[in-house]
Design a protein around this ligand. Structure first.
Ligand code: HEC
Length: 165
């Protein structure tokens, strides 16, 4: 006789799958961190090229933060967050060199917002609402600078606003 019982998906499969995705993402972030170290990104970012690479690294790392938070993997979120923070902080001298104090201040504010997010993730009993609020504030801090200092889009590529050069 044929077995007609449907193969029920094992419970927790989705959770395991998303965990796997996070593990893969973290591995990518770790590789990025190595690459960043190799070209000295963790030091001072001063050239346009270095700045572009810094933002690409921050973007990938911050995606990892958002994904980990979305699946309530708060501890995992802290690794890519630390990388985002470090690279963002190292990008500030770029704005000093460009004599753009407003942008330098936005970079400082964004670093502070990432620190606040780290604090929320580090609470003994993590408060999901506090994490969500801190994540939204950090995203706003990123976008504040993108609105004034960035041009282009995903298709054509992002650039530093020409008027600000
Ligand atoms: C002080 C200004 C400033 C802050 C703060 C800032 N950015 Fe950017 N970002 C830029 C500028 C300018 C560009 C365009 C330059 C480029 O991509 O070469 C950019 C580009 C990017 C890109 C596109 C990279 C590419 O070329 O594909 C990503 C992704 C990105 N930022 C993510 C972030 C995230 C995430 C944060 C916050 C954690 C953040 N940025 C904070 C100024 C900023």
């Amino acid at each position: 006789m044929l077995c007609t019982r449907p193969h029920a998906a094992p419970q927790g499969h989705a959770a395991r799958a998303s965990r796997k995705a996070i593990t893969r993402r973290l591995a990518a972030v770790a590789a990025l961190a190595l690459g960043a170290g190799a070209v000295g990104l963790a030091q001072k970012v001063v050239s346009v090229n270095e700045f572009d690479r810094a933002m690409k690294t921050i973007g990938t790392a911050f995606d990892g933060v958002k994904q980990a938070i979305a699946s309530t993997s708060y501890v995992e979120a802290k690794t890519p967050l630390a990388l985002s923070r470090q690279v963002l902080a190292s990008s500030r001298p770029f704005w000093d060199a460009q004599q753009k104090p407003d942008a330098a201040k936005m970079a400082r504010d964004a670093v502070a917002a990432l620190d606040a997010l780290d604090k929320a993730l580090s609470a003994k009993a993590v408060d999901a609402a506090a994490v969500a609020a801190a994540l939204a504030a950090a995203t706003r801090a990123c976008d504040a600078c993108h609105t004034t200092e960035r041009e282009g889009d995903q298709q054509t590529g992002y650039r530093i606003k020409s008027a600000s050069r």
